[in-house]
Design a protein around this ligand. Structure first.
Ligand code: B12
Ligand SMILES: *[C@@H]1O[C@H](CO)[C@@H](O)[C@H](O)[C@H]1NC(C)=O
Ligand SMILES: *[C@@H]1O[C@H](CO)[C@@H](O)[C@H](O)[C@H]1NC(C)=O
Ligand SMILES: *[C@@H]1O[C@H](CO)[C@@H](O)[C@H](O)[C@H]1NC(C)=O
Ligand SMILES: *[C@@H]1O[C@H](CO)[C@@H](O)[C@H](O)[C@H]1NC(C)=O
Ligand SMILES: *[C@@H]1O[C@H](CO)[C@@H](O)[C@H](O)[C@H]1NC(C)=O
Ligand SMILES: *[C@@H]1O[C@H](CO)[C@@H](O)[C@H](O)[C@H]1NC(C)=O
Ligand SMILES: *[C@@H]1O[C@H](CO)[C@@H](O)[C@H](O)[C@H]1NC(C)=O
Length: 430
């Protein structure tokens, strides 16, 4: 265990030398949340994640997140007042956001599918909901068809196979017939996350195809069965010695897929999920939203039969501990920006346990020539521009993050700097 010293932030700042006074502003942000889930039994653990997700509904600084709402709707426990208020917010703010993205011709397959699944999760009548005067399901079908067209012409979806799968899943869960061409365009060999196989994507595709298989017409499709078998084999082969499938953040979706596919020996990945949950690996509400249904033995396919009757209404939010723990220790961070052959190295001194986001912000403020920009996403800020160079979906470029050579499994807001290290930010293609 780390020996943590609790300092009064103000007291600490008073003691600091002027050269590092600029650190004080972000010390509060560097404070780590206490992790105290180790002693909980399984039911208490699930309840605590559920309450954490419910509490996250109160953060209205960003767009409403349909994935969080879906997980809350799939749960055994509810706070009807808070869930209803969030649904209203989804139907106004997210709705408007989707409409304006569509007007600009931006592909919105994944977000639209999640919105539709969220509406299905609260048993809304989808027949009378429209986006830009068009029925919402019809709009989804058009988005997925554009993705399919891109796969045919360029061998890759407009967005990615994860969003394509979400689109197929949402159609199927809402009882819409899924065209055979959409199934045939699923290519498990191309379901990648950077260089690696994407277990998250395989899991989402598996759930989508299992749903199609179980709807009328799907049973006799040999090609569908063949793709499903490939996905199943890949999922089972992704299990690590510690029980996780892929990594900590794909295991929730992988377990959901195993449940959907009626593969019964999922105890090892389930135990791995609980172990990681007890170690507070899942603090990002987006991560919790993909893990919680699995812990409650549910998958997104459950939305097909969602009834919204006789629901529990017992869930309250936990009062949050307000202690601020600050480590009055600094570490030196090396940041290497790689654009093709051009490597630029920077160094910055930061409070220990700062997020990478705060570290990069400090580096930028030092005017050492480093600049960056982010875009908000369901997972938090996504790094898009570094030193004026923009990575974007239309070029299939992105900024790949690694620490001392190993790719990060979290984004810049969630990743905490615990020791001196070298962060590489490399312009990559996918
Ligand atoms: C596709 C994908 C990508 C693509 C996105 C581009 C594209 N158009 O395809 C690429 C390859 C670029 C990518 C990059 C990264 N990804 Co990624 N990605 C995914 C995946 C499979 C689907 C995301 C999606 O489309 N969601 C659907 C739409 C509706 O939601 P959305 O939030 O609007 O989608 C956007 C964001 O999710 C964003 N995005 C993608 N990955 C990440 C990661 C983070 C941390 C953030 C903030 C945003 C982000 O790109 C999406 C498309 O624009 C998820 C799997 C999952 N379980 O969610 C992993 C996932 C979100 N990615 C992950 C990670 C770790 C990364 C990287 C940090 C990897 C790295 N070491 O560089 C980088 C991000 C670095 C940065 N620049 O900030 C983790 C996040 C875990 C966590 N605790 O934060 C996930 C869960 C995969 C996993 N199991 O490890 N990713
Ligand atoms: C859809 O129908 C329901 C009841 O059938 C109604 O309460 C709701 O207002 C309608 N929504 C829209 C957008 O017309
Ligand atoms: C990032 O780069 C590493 C190699 O440095 C690679 O293994 C990984 O697949 C890349 N992409 C992602 C999304 O992690
Ligand atoms: C990708 O695969 C390589 C080799 O199998 C592994 O070392 C690396 O950690 C993986 N990257 C991610 C992001 O899982
Ligand atoms: C399923 O069982 C096999 C053999 O009993 C085991 O090796 C594997 O880890 C199990 N898979 C999962 C997902 O638990
Ligand atoms: C639901 O949340 C509201 C708002 O936080 C709270 O006032 C109410 O007591 C909660 N309901 C239950 C049953 O705890
Ligand atoms: C490399 O990148 C740095 C920082 O963006 C820039 O100042 C420099 O001119 C670049 N060097 C070359 C050779 O392109
Ligand atoms: C991506 O494409 C845009 C034009 O569509 C171009 O301006 C930009 O330089 C490209 N970025 C990279 C990294 O290639």
């Amino acid at each position: 265990m780390l020996i943590k010293i609790i300092w009064e932030t103000a007291g600490l700042c008073n003691r600091m030398k002027s050269t590092i006074i600029f650190l004080c502003g972000i010390l509060a942000m560097a404070a780590s949340e206490p992790c105290d889930l180790l002693h909980l039994n399984d039911d208490q653990l699930i309840l605590s994640l559920n309450k954490k997700l419910l509490l996250s509904l109160e953060d209205r600084s960003q767009l409403p997140n349909p994935s969080i709402y879906i997980a809350l709707r799939l749960s055994d426990f509810h706070n009807q007042t808070m869930e209803n208020a969030y649904l209203v917010w989804l139907k106004t703010e997210l709705h408007k956001n989707l409409e304006s993205s569509l007007k600009m011709g931006k592909p919105v397959t994944g977000l639209l599918a999640l919105y539709i699944l969220a509406l299905r999760g609260s048993c809304q009548d989808l027949n009378n909901i429209t986006l830009n005067q068009k029925n919402i399901i019809q709009e989804l079908e058009e988005q997925v068809t554009q993705e399919e067209k891109n796969i045919k012409e360029k061998e890759v979806p407009l967005t990615n196979y994860y969003q394509y799968s979400l689109g197929v899943l949402a159609q199927c869960v809402c009882g819409v017939h899924v065209r055979k061409e959409l199934v045939d365009a699923m290519e498990p060999e191309d379901m990648k996350h950077g260089q690696n196989e994407s277990v998250d994507t395989l899991a989402m595709a598996g759930m989508a195809l299992q749903c199609v298989k179980e709807s009328c017409g799907g049973q006799d499709d040999d090609h569908l069965q063949q793709i499903l078998n490939t996905i199943k084999d890949k999922l089972l082969a992704s299990q690590r010695p510690d029980g996780h499938m892929g990594n900590e953040f794909s295991t929730g979706l992988a377990v959901q897929a195993l449940l959907a596919m009626h593969i019964l020996n999922y105890s090892e990945p389930m135990e791995a999920l609980k172990r990681s949950a007890r170690n507070c690996v899942y603090h990002n509400p987006m991560a919790i939203s993909q893990v919680l249904p699995a812990l409650q033995h549910k998958s997104y396919l459950q939305l097909r039969v969602q009834q919204c009757t006789n629901e529990d209404n017992s869930l309250n939010v936990m009062p949050q501990p307000t202690t601020t723990e600050v480590l009055p220790v600094t570490v030196s961070l090396e940041v290497l920006v790689v654009i093709k052959e051009n490597k630029t190295k920077y160094t910055v001194i930061i409070p220990k346990l700062s997020s990478l986001l705060n570290a990069l912000t400090l580096l930028q403020e030092q005017e050492a020539g480093f600049t960056f920009e982010t875009e908000p996403t369901l997972w938090g800020p996504f790094l898009t521009v570094v030193n004026g160079v923009q990575a974007q979906q239309s070029n299939r470029t992105y900024w790949n993050l690694s620490s001392d050579g190993s790719p990060l499994s979290e984004g810049i807001r969630d990743y905490k700097i615990q020791r001196p290290q070298k962060i590489t930010i490399r312009l990559s293609t996918y």
